[in-house]
Design a protein around this ligand. Structure first.
Ligand SMILES: [Cu+2]
Length: 318
């Protein structure tokens, strides 16, 4: 918090998020340019209305002369706003292009949005539930949705892009300050878009290299049960499955091990390793009675050891 206020060179920072990308100051200055002109015209209208209301409040002065026209006034109130809107247009177009033309040397990260979480796939060959990037380096995001429309939004970066299913959506940013910033999904018309929270971690190059090295190996030293619990929280299983027996969007994990589940096709299946594996990789294959087939596939997202971890974790929830 202290850091926040040290940065607050103007009052503006009190009600806007920090400016942490190269584009943020540009977006804000155009925003304030428009905002201050709006205040200016608002003042003219309000002051004018009050003044004339007062001036002509009674008929004592008689009626005014019929007005014809006033060339100077009419030309002014046409040309001046035209000039202002043109400034806004060219300024906006310039920033818009800058936001949409990705620098050629940008580092690339693939982003996948699905109900109800983001995952970030690195070219080095692993997935992360956090977007971790080096500071002062352009980052290109190639985004796709596995199911419905989602939105990718980082307020501190002033970066926002819808993620439309069946196509790649591209955006980019260059973070200017080390720190941790919020990622939000901006679709609010579904069950849990508002809970699709994630973080961008901006590290200096050295820390980033270290993180990359570590993230790229599955840590064999973590016991399977703990790994399973990490996956449960990290990969959003917890938005649909409880561990205390209560039903959410999906069935609870508590006590399901070694029980039989009835499916919509009437078949009964024992919850064992194979069934859990299948539920995670091909969730639509068998749908449990009383539930909808809304679980996303984790194929290509969870590695084998991680799935084994989930199996052990479910076993442990007696
Ligand atoms: Cu969403």
């Amino acid at each position: 918090m202290k850091e926040k206020f040290e940065d607050a060179s103007t009052l503006q920072n009190l009600w806007m998020p920090d400016q942490v990308s190269t584009i943020a100051p540009e977006v804000d200055s155009l925003f304030y340019f428009i905002l201050y002109w709006v205040y200016f015209f608002l003042a003219i209208v309000v002051v004018g209305a009050i003044y004339f209301g007062w001036k002509y409040k009674s008929n004592e002065r008689g009626t005014t002369q019929p007005l014809d026209h006033n060339n100077l006034l009419e030309i002014t109130w046409t040309l001046f706003p035209l000039f202002l809107t043109m400034v806004v247009f060219f300024w906006g177009a310039k920033s818009y292009l800058k936001m949409n033309i990705v620098p050629y040397d940008a580092m690339e990260v693939n982003v996948k949005a699905q109900k109800w979480f983001f995952s970030f796939n690195y070219k080095e060959g692993f997935n992360s539930s956090e977007l971790v990037v080096p500071v002062n380096r352009p980052v290109k995001l190639i985004m796709e949705s596995q199911d419905v429309l989602h939105g990718f939004y980082v307020p501190d970066f002033r970066v926002k892009m819808d993620i439309i299913p069946n196509r790649y959506m591209v955006t980019w940013f260059e973070a200017t300050k080390v720190g941790e910033y919020d990622i939000l999904c901006t679709e609010y018309c579904g069950t849990a878009h508002s809970q699709m929270l994630a973080k961008v971690k901006v590290l200096n190059q050295e820390d980033y290299d270290k993180w990359l090295e570590k993230a790229n190996v599955v840590d064999e030293s973590i016991p399977l049960v703990e790994l399973g619990e990490i996956i449960y929280n990290k990969n959003a299983c917890n938005t649909c499955h409880s561990i205390d027996g209560s039903n959410m969007i999906g069935p609870s994990f508590k006590g399901i091990w070694n029980t039989t589940m009835e499916h919509t096709d009437g078949s009964k299946v024992l919850v064992d390793e194979n069934y859990i594996y299948e539920s995670i990789i091909e969730p639509q294959k068998k749908i449990i009675k009383g539930y909808e087939g809304v679980m996303p596939s984790y194929k290509g997202i969870l590695r084998d050891r991680e799935i084994l971890g989930v199996v052990e974790y479910i076993k442990s929830l007696k």
